[in-house]
Design a protein around this ligand. Structure first.
Ligand code: AMP
Length: 390
């Protein structure tokens, strides 16, 4: 088994990893770190929960020269939360060595961010919009960037950042290493890779992981009128310590949160309409257990490391099996046991059929299953490869 010291990392980084209680590299780390240290371009198909943040942050911190105050690594991520998460992890890994990491995103004072950059930042983690503002206003010098990392590349594209990414990449005219992390590989990512990467090495860690064994898939059969009543009873029964409850829209998130707060303490909500400060407070409270049920939109929770999530509850079933796989995958991370529970109405049964085919599981019903007159889901036939359409 590979250990961190087998990877040839410097002592200060090894000490930090020990302090963080990272005893051995995750598979993505064992594969990616040697390639990144070699200076290779890399395309990694890896999802949140695989340890991909540290897979980048460890070799990046190892290579930073702390006596050079320029930005040496640039990490572009889709959301502010992910930028903060990356900065925190990088600071933990490189802090003892003296590596300075900083998260640059919209919604914060640009003046404060400029002062921070002037004081010296080695690893900059940025969302595309604010980064481009800084490039336009010439408030940032990217001429010393040696490693460019595009994280959650497919999410950035689905959020409409293709042109922004192209622009950012084109601003790095000098020779540098490019690392691209993505959960899926749509055509546009292939295009970016083909145009801007040098013989990238490709590693895949998602195939066959669409539904880890540690994740249980349960369903609640309901009708629109008794959905909320059943949800309230369910929470009472399972008493989750970390439940992420997905709703379709911001309004639904707020309505459901208000309803649950009438029955339980420690319930709050997260959606992109909240100010950044509030989002950070809520995210932290959920991580440290002061909120046990977090009602959220998919967008707000995207890419976040909620590695302690015990239950994912889907108030509505998404029409797309891949959305189901992504949402349910927030529970049961890193081989921890997790449970996904989705509410299914008679109209959702054909969708449920497709989901069961995708995850290759039998449905486990909490309470009454659908009556036999309704078209009952067929058991899975054969596992189909998990692939998101571009
Ligand atoms: P990520 O996929 O980067 O969001 O990481 C998921 C979780 O795994 C985070 O909570 C990390 O702190 C944790 N983690 C990453 N690498 C390791 C490791 N080698 N050992 C133990 N935990 C890890």
């Amino acid at each position: 088994m590979t250990t961190f010291s087998d990877l040839g990392l410097e002592a200060l980084i090894l000490r930090a990893l020990e302090k963080m209680q990272y005893k051995e590299p995750s598979p993505v780390q064992a594969m990616a770190i040697p390639l990144i240290l070699e200076g290779r371009d890399l395309i990694a198909l890896a999802e949140t929960g695989s340890g991909k943040t540290a897979a980048c942050a460890i070799p990046v911190c190892h290579r930073i020269r702390i006596d050079d105050n320029n930005i040496q690594a640039l990490i572009v991520v889709p959301t502010r939360e992910l930028a903060l998460q990356y900065a925190t992890e990088t600071q933990k890994i490189g802090g003892i060595k003296g590596v300075k990491a900083f998260a640059l995103y919209g919604g914060e004072s640009a003046g404060m961010q400029q002062s921070k950059l002037k004081a010296g930042v080695h690893v900059l983690i940025a969302t595309p919009g604010r980064l481009i503002d800084f490039i336009y206003s010439r408030s940032i010098d990217l001429s010393n960037v040696e490693t460019l990392i595009l994280d959650e590349a497919d999410e950035m594209l689905s959020m409409g950042f293709y042109d922004d990414l192209e622009f950012i990449i084109q601003c790095l005219v000098h020779k540098h290493q490019t690392l691209l992390f993505s959960a899926t590989m749509p055509v546009q990512i292939r295009k970016i890779a083909g145009q801007h990467m040098r013989e990238p090495k490709e590693i895949t860690l998602t195939r066959g992981q669409a539904s880890p064994k540690s994740l249980e898939h349960k369903f609640v059969f309901c009708h629109s009128h008794d959905r909320d009543k059943k949800l309230i009873a369910l929470i009472k029964e399972i008493e989750p310590s970390h439940a992420l409850i997905f709703c379709k829209s911001r309004i639904e998130v707020e309505d459901l949160c208000r309803l649950l707060q009438k029955h339980y303490d420690k319930v709050d909500f997260l959606h992109a309409g909240l100010s950044q400060d509030i989002r950070n407070i809520v995210t932290n409270k959920f991580r440290n257990g002061r909120i046990t049920c977090l009602v959220a939109t998919d967008v707000a929770a995207r890419g976040l490391d909620f590695s302690k999530v015990t239950h994912v509850i889907m108030h509505h079933l998404s029409k797309d099996p891949e959305d189901y796989v992504h949402r349910s995958g927030r529970a049961g991370r890193a081989e921890r046991v997790g449970t996904s529970i989705a509410f299914v109405t008679p109209r959702d049964l054909p969708t449920l059929n497709r989901i069961l085919q995708t995850i290759a599981r039998e449905p486990i019903w909490i309470g009454e299953p659908p009556p036999p007159t309704t078209s009952t889901p067929r058991p899975p036939q054969r596992r189909r490869p998990y692939r998101r359409t571009p």
